[in-house]
Design a protein around this ligand. Structure first.
Ligand code: EPZ
Length: 420
């Protein structure tokens, strides 16, 4: 298993470009299964999860090649209906084939994803949404089995105990684009990735209104066609680079961003003392002051994203005072906390929040990555720490950040990958 070695203390300076959004690329690749045609999808991030989704599509019988940041997909011809455990256990988002398969074939068999490092992550709302369209769904031998002769438009309330669900909104939207009549999704997730998937489907001929609000209206169409589409920039990668610039007292221009998608992250980074300016598709982050403490509570878009909680926790370990970071969306998303403590941070976890008492410095240590964003948090801490940090299990980072060591090195970080 590869490791990252980081010699901390270098300021990040220069320009860096953000890649395409992993979390909309995944469902958009799955959505190509909705119809028999050819697609060209640009601005694909070359990260591990995308290559897992490529394997899922290939297992189902589609042909897909990824050259640089463009995917060429052909979904003509027969496709299968089963997403096996071997793939779904590697990446939960494989469940995004459920909606497209039930729509195209009237049948789907998709492994239940099982446990996850950041919490229990049920998928009851995905099932609720697709059932509401008339599918018959049961869970047998660890698989979701869905059948439907016809899908019928319906009025679906998708609010769960923890608020709206990005995945369930997208899966239900994909399942309903060719259903008879009109589907209304109430309490829909408003994340930019939901809008990106809707825009892709619209480009294929779907009739969807209201994506980005909490009420999405989908008028079923008879068929969809292939298209060319460009994925939006990854807002979490942009946020991660923003925090990396701030913690190293750096001066970085981050390009290929959608400033409106990262407003909550930018506002918090300004609050802790950074100077941030922005243009149409870039932001510039400059940090000259000490880090000020702040409080954060994650919430669905446009609130502060749970996917940035861990990285911000790293930043606040060096603040001049006490901060509280609360995350109620995923109950176990604090795996970075004991690792940061090993680097000298003063953190105390209480159920769904962490109390952070700023320390003057972090010291490099051997730490272990446990999930994608927790790993990013350790990377950020390592960039600022005194001495050497060694992060093991970095395949978690490779799931969502393309070639991150090379891009950080170009900004002046001293980081390299130890291949084992
Ligand atoms: C997506 O996960 C992202 N993953 C996550 O990013 C992100 O943290 C999350 O949205 C929230 O923004 C992908 O897009 C692949 P949810 P998703 O359904 O769709 C509960 C990353 O690091 N819930 O919006 O699985 C759930 O437990 C990843 O890139 C149900 O109760 O998240 C949570 O408390 C990690 N029943 C809340 O809803 C369901 O059926 C929001 O989860 C589904 C979800």
């Amino acid at each position: 298993m590869d490791k990252f070695i980081i010699e901390g203390g270098n300021k990040l300076e220069g320009e860096v470009e953000v890649k395409g959004a992993k979390n909309s690329t995944l469902p958009i690749l799955a959505a190509t299964l909705l119809t028999e045609d050819k697609f060209i999808i640009e601005n694909i991030p070359r990260v591990r999860d995308i290559f897992t989704m490529k394997r899922v599509l290939e297992t189902l019988g589609a042909s897909i090649s990824i050259k640089k940041d463009t995917a060429y997909i052909d979904t003509r011809g027969a496709i299968g209906y089963e997403a096996p455990y071997e793939l779904v256990k590697q990446m939960r988002a494989s469940y995004y084939v459920l909606g497209p398969l039930i729509s195209r074939l009237g049948r789907a068999r998709v492994s239940l994803p099982g446990g996850c490092a950041i919490g229990s992550r049920p998928i009851d709302l995905h099932i609720k949404g697709i059932k509401a369209l008339g599918a018959d769904i049961s869970v047998v031998h660890g698989y979701i089995e869905a059948y439907a002769e016809n899908l019928e438009g319906s009025n679906i309330q998708l609010k769960g105990a923890s608020g709206p669900s990005v995945g369930a909104t997208i899966n239900t939207m994909m399942a309903s684009v060719k259903a008879n009549g009109v589907t209304i999704i109430e309490s829909a997730a408003k994340e930019p990735e939901v809008v990106d998937v809707a825009d892709f489907l619209i480009k294929c001929g779907a009739e969807i209104k209201g994506a980005g609000s909490n009420r999405i209206e989908i008028k079923g169409v008879d068929n969809l066609s292939g298209c060319e589409y460009r994925i939006i920039p990854d807002r979490i990668e942009a946020g991660t680079l923003t925090v990396a610039a701030a913690i190293t007292k750096g001066d970085v221009v981050i390009k290929n961003v959608e400033p409106i998608h990262i407003e909550a992250i930018v506002d918090k980074t300004k609050e802790i003392g950074a100077d941030i300016s922005s243009g149409e598709d870039w932001i510039a982050v400059k940090m000259t002051s000490e880090i000020k403490p702040t409080n954060i509570e994650t919430s669905p878009y446009p609130g502060f994203p749970t996917d940035m909680q861990a990285q911000f926790t790293s930043l606040l370990t060096l603040a001049d005072g006490i901060s509280i970071v609360k995350d109620k969306i995923f109950e176990e998303r604090f795996m970075h906390v004991p690792e940061l403590v090993r680097m000298g941070a003063n953190l105390k976890r209480e159920s769904d929040y962490v109390i952070i008492k700023g320390v003057p410095y972090l010291s490099g240590a051997q730490v272990m990555a446990s999930d994608l964003r927790a790993s990013a948090a350790l990377l950020i801490a390592g960039l600022a720490a005194q001495g050497t940090t060694e992060i093991s299990r970095i395949y978690h980072i490779d799931r969502g950040y393309e070639n991150i060591e090379e891009r950080l090195s170009k900004l002046g970080a001293s980081i390299w990958r130890l291949r084992e």
